[in-house]
Design a protein around this ligand. Structure first.
Ligand SMILES: CC(C)(COP(=O)(O)OP(=O)(O)OC[C@H]1O[C@@H](n2cnc3c(N)ncnc32)[C@H](O)[C@@H]1OP(=O)(O)O)[C@@H](O)C(=O)NCCC(=O)NCCS
Length: 177
């Protein structure tokens, strides 16, 4: 399948509404964070249709409740693949891009956090060599705004995973975008 992965451009922000993960305000705020250099907002496109996304955060990702450990490495967050496009390797390709750019910028590790019961994501990360950082699982919480503007609280126990990019680079080269 022909999928193009690239960082989000200003005229594309409004098209993210077709990805069922999106709130307009959140996507605008994230785009502005990209503009200020704090993250790269990668989107996978099939033609004009966004089918997946991930954020590569230079200063730590979704910080809700992450333990106060020193985390001097970039973090991937908000990985989401449209349900119609799952199990086609798209998340793997997005993570390939994040890992390659992280390594090219001189970092030897990349981190992320995941809900302890999100088995598909846990499988994906284990498959790619992410390992438990050894910190206590922690409770993340926040407020979720649904499509109708209603708000509800969410909370979930997460674990922090870390991947050494040095090992990967010693054994093989990265995939290209
Ligand atoms: C988790 C998620 C990102 C995976 O995306 P994807 O594009 O389907 O993943 P890939 O096709 O690259 O999968 C690579 C490997 O991960 C594992 N994996 C992915 N989805 C899986 C599933 N539903 N069940 C079991 N293993 C799974 C498999 O090992 C898979 O390799 P295989 O297909 O050769 O068996 C996607 O299901 C998703 O968007 N889920 C909702 C949002 C989410 O949970 N994001 C992660 C937040 S931390």
């Amino acid at each position: 399948m022909d999928i193009d992965i690239r960082s989000l451009k200003s005229p594309e922000v409004s098209r993210l509404q077709y990805l069922p993960f999106s709130r307009k305000e959140t996507q605008r705020r994230r785009f502005m964070l990209q503009e200020s250099g704090r993250l790269i907002f990668f989107v996978a496109w099939r033609g004009n249709w966004p089918v997946a996304q991930v954020l590569l955060n230079w200063e730590g990702g979704d910080a809700s409740g992450v333990p106060p450990q020193v985390r001097p490495w970039p973090e991937a967050s908000s990985l989401f693949v449209h349900p119609d496009y799952r199990r086609m390797g798209i998340a793997s390709r997005l993570l390939d891009v994040c890992e390659r750019i992280t390594f090219q910028r001189g970092y030897e590790n990349i981190g992320l956090c995941v809900y302890v019961k999100n088995q598909p994501a846990l499988n994906l990360y284990a498959h790619r060599g992410y390992k438990d950082a050894g910190w206590e699982p922690y409770l993340a919480r926040g407020v979720y705004t649904d499509a109708n503007g209603g708000q509800s609280n969410w909370r979930e126990t997460r674990v922090y995973l870390l991947k050494s990019l040095r090992e990967k680079n010693e054994s093989r080269s990265f995939c290209s975008v």
